[in-house]
Write a protein that binds this ligand. Structure first.
Ligand code: NAI
Length: 327
């Protein structure tokens, strides 16, 4: 084991997603089977006993790559020298809570965590925000960390991407890993726009293969958009193992590359596709050498424009709702 150890901070470590995520990071699924890691786990004070229970289980797995675990309720300690930060912990919507209150509660968490990252993390830290509203929380963290490169802040759209892949696979009868060039645009919310206009399977157009625009508009887009709700309805709890899996996919691809394959990441816009600079928006990207690159120059037809603007409008509303927290 020759590689220097990487420090991976995970917030919300006592939660459902944490319970699926931590074991896979420690097992090498995220950064590679030759990459030793130290886990730096953050949760609120009341949840620390539960985090310690999870740590006992991590110990009992005897993962060879796991070189140490830090448990804390102090964001600065959790993010100290972190190479990767996975911001999963967030305030869930409780009964009677308005959307505005949810934004406010999470805004408070993510300004503090953004500042702590700025102060304590590695200057190269790669940040993934999973906790909802993920795009806006990532935007807040980025704006609260002016000393870190903006491009190092991302939001998770990968679960939506994977959900779309799976729907296309079952419609076409082709294996998921053969589907290339899928994009999911916008906010991680039911307004997102999963878009297979450019997708191919074995070099053939998925759009031509499916050839059913009504299915695209009336079944595919709403099924992917409302999948999270369908899982809550069925399970009584929000998606957790699939969310953890998507977080692993996102970080693994960012760190180790996609070999030219498109994936979706929520990233700060550079102004492309009519999305104003800094808006944290789902775009198709490829990854190589630890960096992502947006796929540019795709044609946006009228229907796509209206979908992309709709999800942008929602992001503007969220941004306006937290503007006072950002000064
Ligand atoms: P959970 O409620 O089981 O766990 C959340 C954990 O975060 C709890 O242990 C809680 O104590 C902790 N937490 C709360 N405030 C914190 C703070 N200020 N600092 C550190 N930890 C804090 O929730 P679950 O199921 O693990 O989901 C976590 C988040 O991920 C939720 O916001 C959920 O909506 C979101 N999510 C996002 C998805 C995406 O695709 N972007 C998909 C699925 C879930």
């Amino acid at each position: 084991m020759t590689k220097p150890v990487k420090r991976v901070a995970v917030t919300g470590a006592a939660g459902q997603i944490g319970y699926s995520l931590l074991f896979r990071i420690a097992n090498g699924d995220m950064l590679g089977k030759d990459q030793p890691v130290i886990l730096q786990l953050l949760d609120i004070t009341a949840a620390l006993p539960a985090v310690r229970g999870v740590v006992m289980e991590l110990e009992d797995c005897a993962f060879p790559l796991l070189q140490g675990v830090v448990v804390t309720d102090d964001p600065k300690a959790a993010f100290k020298d972190a190479d990767y930060a996975m911001l999963v912990g967030a305030r869930p919507r409780s009964k009677g809570m308005e959307r505005k209150d949810l934004l406010e509660a999470n805004g408070a968490i993510f300004t503090v965590q953004g500042r702590a990252l700025d102060e304590a993390a590695s200057r190269d830290v790669r940040v993934l925000v999973v906790g909802n509203p993920a795009n806006t929380n990532a935007y807040i963290a980025m704006k609260s960390a002016p000393g870190l490169p903006k491009k190092n802040f991302t939001a998770m759209l990968r679960l939506d991407h994977n959900r779309a892949l799976s729907q296309i696979s079952s419609r076409t009868g082709k294996p998921v890993d053969q589907i290339e060039k899928l994009a999911v645009w916008g906010n991680h919310s039911p307004t997102m726009y999963p878009d297979y206009r450019f997708a191919t399977i074995g070099g053939q157009s998925v759009k031509a293969m499916i050839n059913d625009e009504a299915w695209n508009r009336d079944t595919f887009i709403p099924t992917v958009g409302k999948r999270g709700g369908a899982i809550i309805e069925a399970r009584g709890l929000s998606s957790a193992a699939s969310a953890a899996n998507a977080a692993i996919d996102h970080m693994r691809d960012w760190a180790l590359g996609t070999s030219g394959k498109w994936v979706t990441m929520g990233i700060p816009s550079d102004g492309s596709y009519g999305i104003p600079e800094d808006v944290m928006y789902g775009f198709p990207v490829t990854c190589a050498n630890g960096e992502y690159t947006m796929v540019k120059g795709l044609e946006i037809d009228e229907f796509s424009r209206s979908r992309m603007d709709l999800t942008l409008k929602e992001l503007f509303e969220e941004r306006d709702g937290v503007a006072h927290l950002l000064g």
